[in-house]
Ligand binder design. Sequence first.
Ligand SMILES: [Zn+2]
Ligand SMILES: [Zn+2]
Length: 340
Amino acid sequence: MKAVYAEENFKIGLRDIPVPEIRPDEVLIRMTYTGICGSDLHAYRGMHAFRKPPVMLGHEIAGEVVKAGADVRRTEPGEHVTVMPQIGCGCCAHCKSGRVNLCGNKILPGTAGWGGTFGEYFAAPESAVCGLKGVPDKLGALTEPLAVANHVMKRAALHPSGDLVILGSGTLGLMTLAIATSYGFTRVLVTDIADYNLEQARALGAVRTVNVAREDLEQRVKETFGEEGVSNVVIAAGGPQILEQALSITGRGGTITYFAMITCPMTLNTYPIVFKELQVQGSMNYTMEDFEDAVRLLKEKPECFERLITHVFPLEEAGKAFEILDQRKEPAVKILLRSE
Ligand SMILES: [Zn+2]
Ligand SMILES: [Zn+2]
């Protein structure tokens, strides 16, 4: 089958590899759509923590089950599914409490012998398969990033408030915005440095958008939410100043939820955390519950998520897709690869 690899830094290659063999507890999925994630771009640039070229990329998938192992019970060939791409060890305290995202020994696509999703077929254990329940495959490929956003919103909503600032409006920032009302946030301000993404944010209901490359964020936050600042902030972008930005706009007793994968060290003035008694919390991936929530959200408001898919390329043109994401020469939010 055809498979897309990051062969070396900034070089995508198409390989011909065997269709994966399935174990008794696994299903074989014929991929229809697979999304390119920010972490795939990291790997392409040679900056990913553990996915180093040469590596088969991809972990966001929708497709049709074409084969089921002997021990598979709930899933049948012909079913359209996505996959929650984390296999926990099953025996640690986190796995036992349903928080597979925190398992220290979990297996991810592109590691430990599990292939990536950027190929014509993908094998996955039945326990990681999530039915699309009528959501079309093209939208279904967004389940994984939407599950990330859902997990973030659940964490943010642990400290309820109506007001929210989302720093960054890439795919995940925009998805977080699209579901914010479902978590009780009624007024959302969104930032970015790309006008196209801010336009998308306005279309998705942001009460205000701020281009931080040319506007004063603190000032805009005060105009929107009052002198005190905002009570809830979600960090959905990297960048060296992003934490300082969040600390400066969050009001007393506020909450910052942080899920951007920033791997470089940064210095930080921590005084506002104490002075304003802030809660600063992380959000890591998702659980199967988030996947089920995400499928439901895709079904409830497909129009919010369809608009985020700006490009679709066949597997053969994956190199072009990565160039667009890397060089940002044209507006792009979510790029899908297809194989049909
Ligand atoms: Zn992803
Ligand atoms: Zn575990």
